[in-house]
Design a protein around this ligand. Structure first.
Ligand SMILES: Cc1ncc(C[n+]2csc(CCOP(=O)(O)OP(=O)(O)O)c2C)c(N)n1
Length: 307
């Protein structure tokens, strides 16, 4: 019997393209940590190891004309949107072909309606302004802003919630609640709950605890459609896991705590569901990223011409 071309099982809830994308994002992030370890990258970086399924699930619910605002942990957001590991790596390494000519680096990317910032909370008020613009000029489009749980410590979040609710703006806030902000557990920095904070502004909130991409899309599709059709804000909170350090080598958690998180990782779940096919796709993703890294490293430095 020949194998099916796509993995589509109840356990996985994934087709092959989605799984390949998740594996490519993982391979990309692991490659960055490897390059840093070898002293081949400068600056800093924040990997989304463990959180890759979130932008992959969300991307199918977004329109290319929507605007996406990303944060310091944004490589997965960019890769899910543009599938351009070479451009992003060139940006991080300051090589020719860099998305922003090597000026933005890991945290400050701008391309076709996508904008990231390393300043926590900065993008929400900007996203609100863009949502207002979209409501007036292009009804049906939305502004999607990714933030972490720690960012709820920024006052700008609440100014943005207030106006988004009051003016009924098509704002989709995706919270990647990975239980920790740098070194501070969420339980030590956030009173009440994210749901309660959204409710205080009359904003709908949906909690997503699964990493099953198909289930996430099924659950969110009607809610995201409503953001578009009713021009109304929505907060989607993912309970997720940060498997890597905050940035490069600064994990303050115990090895045991990180091991427990790894056991809940989508990667292990998908590998167990169809090991042969999974490992083939994983090897392909790693080889693809290895080849890109070798090719990008051989490029000359990027140039930024000021006019
Ligand atoms: C305004 C501001 N304050 C502090 C920092 C330093 N900083 C970078 S990431 C981070 C923690 C962010 O936590 P969270 O929002 O939960 O996102 P996560 O890193 O867990 O993805 C901090 C404090 C910053 N980038 N911006």
């Amino acid at each position: 019997m020949t194998r099916p071309a796509t993995i589509e099982t109840a356990e996985l809830g994934l087709d092959e393209a989605d799984l390949s994308l998740m594996l490519t994002i993982r391979a990309f992030e692991l490659k960055l940590l490897d390059l840093y370890g070898k002293g081949l990258l400068n600056g800093t970086t924040h990997t989304c190891l463990g959180q890759e399924y979130i932008p992959v699930a969300m991307e199918a619910l977004l329109d290319p004309r929507d605007r996406v605002f990303s944060n310091h942990r944004g490589h997965g957001h960019y890769l899910a949107r543009f599938r351009d590991p070479a451009g992003l790596l060139a940006e991080i390494m300051g090589r020719e072909g860099a998305v922003c000519n090597g000026v933005g680096g890991s945290q400050h990317i701008h391309r076709d309606g996508f904008l990231s910032t390393g300043v926590q909370g900065e993008s929400l008020p900007v996203g609100v302004g863009v949502a207002l613009h979209l409501k007036r000029t292009d009804p049906g489009r939305l502004a999607c802003v990714y933030i972490g749980d720690g960012t709820f410590g920024e006052g700008a979040v609440y100014e943005a919630f207030n106006i988004a609710s009051l003016w009924r703006l098509p704002l989709l806030v995706v919270v990647e609640n990975n239980g920790i902000a740098q070194s501070t557990p969420t339980s030590r920095h956030l009173a009440g709950s994210i749901a309660g904070r959204a409710a205080a502004f009359g904003i709908r909130h949906r909690l997503i605890e699964t990493s099953d991409v198909a289930e996430i899309r099924r659950t969110l599709e009607p809610l995201v459609s409503r953001v578009r059709s009713h021009a109304t804000p929505l907060v989607v909170e993912f309970v997720t896991r940060r498997l890597g350090p905050h940035s490069k080598g600064d994990d303050t958690r115990s090895a045991e705590a990180v091991r427990d998180l790894r056991e809940q990782d989508w990667y292990e779940r998908c590998a167990a569901a169809d090991p042969d096919r999974f490992h083939l796709l994983d090897a392909q993703a790693r080889a693809h990223v290895d080849a890109i890294a070798a090719e990008v490293m051989a490029r000359p430095p990027s140039r930024w011409e000021t006019r």
